[in-house]
Design a protein around this ligand. Structure first.
Ligand code: VG1
Ligand code: CO
Length: 560
């Protein structure tokens, strides 16, 4: 008889296991330290509201380097903590939105997601672990803080020594006290998308002669999902998808769908004049929409999806209850909410802040400027959902004589005006230098004559009059929890603004994010280059924060 008794392992606590914007993200060698991963898994299980006993957890991730080993650890520690059942994606492959859906569909207690999202993978790159709740959404701050508190003083963890689980074999089995079900994580999710969208309309649209499609999985988790959607369901050729084999190190790439990192997509789209190109990130929750000569900013994307929601069966049936965006995301969505007469919300950065509003039936569609778009069909942002939503909308627009991505963008600008938006990222900046930038702005805000003063850009003889400044604080309208220090903002009298905040997902040093936004109702600007349109504002933001002086960085690492 094998020994299935629970063993208690003595450990030492680590002080650096505070989950960030989206889970705990560190370099693989950090997670490989003795007890490090086990401590964090135990801290998660011990922080599950209601306890881990008799729980059912969904487990999976983007298949990045070190995932198989961590899944085996989770199996043992789950068994040691009285978890009843684990539902695991075959080979550990499970996109973040599909985990969210599975938790909801199976009424599971929660889920453990193994991903560092768009961060590179590999032996010296990033790994990540995050916990999602029974609503399918990322744990709220109250739970992530409980996990952190537990991790700081943990003295022991519990496990049952079990034989290695074969993750390639579908089906249920008993592993000691634990039931394990290895499932096909692709099919239920794709079936769900087919309920949400009008696949017949999409199918006829993508087969019309002037339309061509290219999806790039960036060697992340969405590859098998995309093959099922584009090739099997929509009947497109294999050549309509690329980089669709999940790879533990994303084939040496950076699985972040933006113009810088998704160059494999951008290049082919431009070369072949593809009308609809799209990509998603490592774990499948982000998306980029990009056709030949037409890039959609994520802030515009969510506004357009909201504006056209009626052509999507899911919203035709259930209606659009409310709209929301993260604070740094452009205000394009607010104008749609106003036109539609629905509530709109501004929440801090991070998807966890949308969940309560959705659960309360007050939010249907939301987005973040960081290539995150989604709805209340799950409780995570959802890359493939957004991509299929765009196809559904383009099909409907096509019938109304609006052609392609560019046609849709111009139509939107004519109706609402255009919001120019850009984000400058300064990655792996020295932490002290980053702190100085924040201090610089805080002291500017503290001076009594800053509001009302004019900040001028020498490059274009434009000046901006400061209307309001602050450090964003959010009070959740549902549970009244308060989140402070969510980003410094300066709003100008013409409605432009800039925002500065520090990233909560980086794994090394500090990353400064600078967000700039300008609104225009001048038709002459609708086809203007974004960076050109924002130049004076960027100059003013850099001058006010003394960012170049403090960090020594003349240029950002990435511009989106
Ligand atoms: C970034 C983005 C944020 C997003 C988060 C997780 O966070 O700015 O909008 O929700 O990543 O996305 P931060 O704290 O680094 O700015 V993902 O695709 O990594 O789950
Ligand atoms: Co992601």
């Amino acid at each position: 008889m094998p020994d299935y008794s629970v063993k208690t392992v003595q450990t030492k606590a680590f002080q650096d296991q505070r989950p960030g914007t989206s889970g705990l993200r560190k370099r693989v060698p950090v997670f490989k330290q003795e007890h490090y991963t086990e401590n964090f898994v135990q801290s998660i299980l011990s922080s599950i509201p209601g306890g881990p006993e008799k729980s059912t957890l969904v487990v999976g991730g983007d298949g990045r380097y070190y995932s198989p080993e961590v899944i085996q650890k989770i199996v043992q520690i789950a068994a040691g903590n009285g978890v009843s059942k684990l539902i695991i994606g075959r080979d550990g492959i499970f996109s973040t939105p599909a985990v969210s859906h599975e938790i909801r569909a199976r009424k599971a207690t929660g889920g453990i997601l193994l991903t560092a999202s768009h961060n590179p993978g590999g032996p010296n790159a990033d790994f990540g672990i995050k916990y999602n709740m029974d609503n399918g959404g990322p744990a709220p701050e109250s739970v992530t803080e409980a996990i952190f508190e537990f991790s700081k003083t943990i003295k022991e963890y519990k496990l049952v020594e079990l034989p290695e689980v074969d993750l390639s074999k579908l089906g249920s089995s008993k592993s000691g006290p634990l039931e394990i079900e290895v499932i096909d994580a692709i099919k239920p999710y794709v079936a769900f998308l087919k309920e949400i969208f009008d696949f017949d309309a999409i199918k006829s649209y993508v087969h019309s002669p002037e339309v061509s499609v290219l999806f790039d999985g960036l060697s992340g988790v969405t590859g098998p999902y995309a093959r099922d959607i584009f090739v099997n369901e929509l009947g497109l050729p294999e050549s309509s998808i690329q980089n669709c084999e999940p790879s533990p190190d994303f084939n040496g790439g950076h699985p972040d769908p933006n113009l810088t990192y998704a160059h494999s997509l951008v290049q082919v789209v431009e070369e072949k004049k593809i009308t609809f190109g799209a990509a998603s990130d490592g774990d499948g929750d982000r998306n980029m929409i990009y056709g030949a000569g037409a890039f959609v900013t994520p802030s515009d994307s969510v506004a357009i999806i909201a504006d056209w929601a009626d052509c999507i069966p899911y919203f035709k049936k259930g209606g659009v209850k409310g709209l929301a965006r993260s604070m740094p995301t452009s205000t394009a969505l607010d104008r749609v909410a106003k036109a539609k007469g629905v509530e709109h919300f501004e929440v801090p950065t991070g998807w966890k802040f949308f969940g309560n509003l959705m659960d309360a039936g007050r939010l249907s569609i939301c987005g973040e400027e960081s290539f995150g778009t989604g709805s209340d069909h799950v409780r995570e942002k959802d890359g493939l959902w957004a991509i299929v939503a765009w196809l559904n909308i383009l099909a409907s627009a096509h019938d109304k004589g609006i052609k392609g991505i560019k046609g849709l963008l111009l139509d939107h600008y004519k109706k609402y005006g255009r919001t120019f938006f850009s984000r400058y990222d300064y990655e792996e900046v020295d932490s002290d230098a980053a702190a100085k930038v924040i201090k610089e702005l805080e002291s500017a805000f503290a001076s009594s004559d800053f509001v009302g003063s004019s900040l001028s850009a020498t490059s274009s003889s434009t000046s901006f009059k400061v209307a309001e400044t602050g450090n964003f604080t959010y009070t959740d309208p549902i549970d009244k929890s308060v989140s402070k220090n969510q980003g410094l903002y300066v709003t100008f009298e013409d409605g432009s603004r800039f925002v500065v905040r520090l990233s909560g997902t980086g794994s090394q040093g500090a990353t400064i994010r600078l967000y700039v936004e300008k609104y225009s109702k001048d038709e002459a600007e609708y086809e203007r280059d974004t960076q050109e349109g924002l130049k004076p504002l960027i100059e003013v933001a850099l001058k006010t924060s003394k960012l170049v002086e403090h960090t020594g960085r003349k240029e950002p690492t990435v511009i989106t």
